[in-house]
Design a binder for this molecule. Structure first.
Ligand SMILES: [Zn+2]
Length: 374
């Protein structure tokens, strides 16, 4: 239902410093000044800029790209948790593309990374564009043009050719640095999937903009990332799957298995260290092949279980992530993409599980109030 004028009042959280008492949505846009037209709906509560999932995969299933109807279900499941902006962290474009979602008013906004880039036979089947290491700079340029300002690489994965198979790098430093430079020249940023310490160290050496998972980062790397403005997406739900991933080796790769079990044991302590280091943290659910869509709040709850304060999680989930991606939150003329809660999620992040209202492009699309009104 497209509601013409919505008056939102209470605590309007613009960012970590600014809070307002009222904001209005008129025909899909925000205004901070009381409009002449009367409100057709009023919602009171704690209002945040729409939540952001910086690592999700809309349109991806276990066998690769999924049919449009399945991609739509994934997008709605995410939206109904308050996620109104998604950085799609890699998805094939064939045989189905998700571009059509950009024209659907009910769909959360997507910032695409293009298709993951990996070395042939060094990552999951059907998901990445498989290339040779030498082809990386050109492939990054292609994906930069196909995406929405981001490129996603697979930085490390098991290397079965090693005498003791373990996580190992996919790209040589020189090709990776050249590729990142090419992306930057094209106005795109680059993020990378890295589990290992070597993978994170290489990402920091070669100028990447963001690190996905980042389990191997030690205190020194965290400080380096902070100094360079490199954000980290700890993907806590994925960390919960590390025992299964280790078991999947069926005893054939003991070093790799121990590596995952160690990262599993350290998953909370390392995430807390990331927070303590002051590095820019972002919330990413990694909803994809092994994680269902619509469980964003499990990610924020796990961050809280790691000991990260609720206020920092809300920043990483909302205005902080928008700022990092360059997408406006609550400001004059911005798209009215908001989530409203009965109490303050900055005090207790569990509140994110019960949105009162989810407003997307000025329309009430979900939440308790929506259930009563629609
Ligand atoms: Zn992912």
């Amino acid at each position: 239902m497209a509601t013409e004028v919505i008056h939102l009042s209470g605590a309007i959280v613009v960012d970590g410093e600014t809070e307002l008492t009222d904001v209005w949505s008129i025909d899909g846009r925000l205004t901070l000044e009381k409009p002449p037209r009367p409100a057709t709906l009023r919602v009171d509560g704690v209002v945040l800029p729409g939540l952001v999932d910086v690592h999700s995969h809309i349109g991806l299933g276990e066998q690769g790209a999924v049919e449009p109807a399945v991609a739509a279900e994934q997008a709605v499941a995410d939206r109904n948790t308050g996620v109104l902006l998604i950085r799609d962290a890699g998805c094939p474009r064939e045989p189905y593309d998700t571009r059509w979602l950009d024209h659907e008013a009910w769909a959360p906004r997507l910032i695409r990374c293009g298709q993951h880039l990996a070395v042939a036979k060094r990552y999951l089947r059907n998901l990445p564009r498989d290339i040779e290491p030498d082809e990386l700079p050109d492939a990054v340029a292609t994906e930069a043009s196909a995406g929405d300002g981001w490129v996603k690489l697979v930085g490390d994965w098991i290397d079965r050719s090693l005498p003791e198979p373990d996580l190992a790098l996919l790209w040589p430093d020189d090709k990776l640095t050249e590729a990142v430079d090419r992306a930057h020249e094209l106005g795109a940023r680059v993020t990378t999937h890295v589990f290992s310490a070597e993978g994170a160290a290489q990402a920091l050496r070669c100028g990447l903009d963001c690190i996905e998972h980042g389990n191997g980062m030690d205190w020194e790397m965290m400080a380096d990332a902070r100094a360079k403005g490199v954000a980290v997406v700890p993907t806590m739900i994925q960390r919960e799957h590390f025992t299964e991933i280790a078991a999947g080796g069926q005893g054939r790769f003991p070093v790799w298995e121990r590596h995952f079990l160690r990262m599993y044991a350290e998953r909370f302590a390392q995430a807390k260290q990331l927070y303590d280091s002051g590095v820019k943290l972002l919330v990413g659910s990694d909803e994809s092949t092994n994680i269902p869509h619509g469980i964003y709040c499990t990610e924020t709850d796990l961050m809280a279980m790691a000991g990260i304060p609720s206020e920092a999680i809300v920043e990483a989930a909302s205005y902080g992530a928008r700022d990092f991606l360059g997408v406006p939150g609550i400001e004059e003329g911005a798209s009215a993409d908001l989530v409203v809660y009965a109490s303050d999620p900055r005090q207790n992040v569990a509140v994110l599980r019960a949105p009162q209202a989810i407003v997307l492009r000025g329309s009430l699309v979900a939440g308790a109030v929506a259930a009563a009104v629609l």
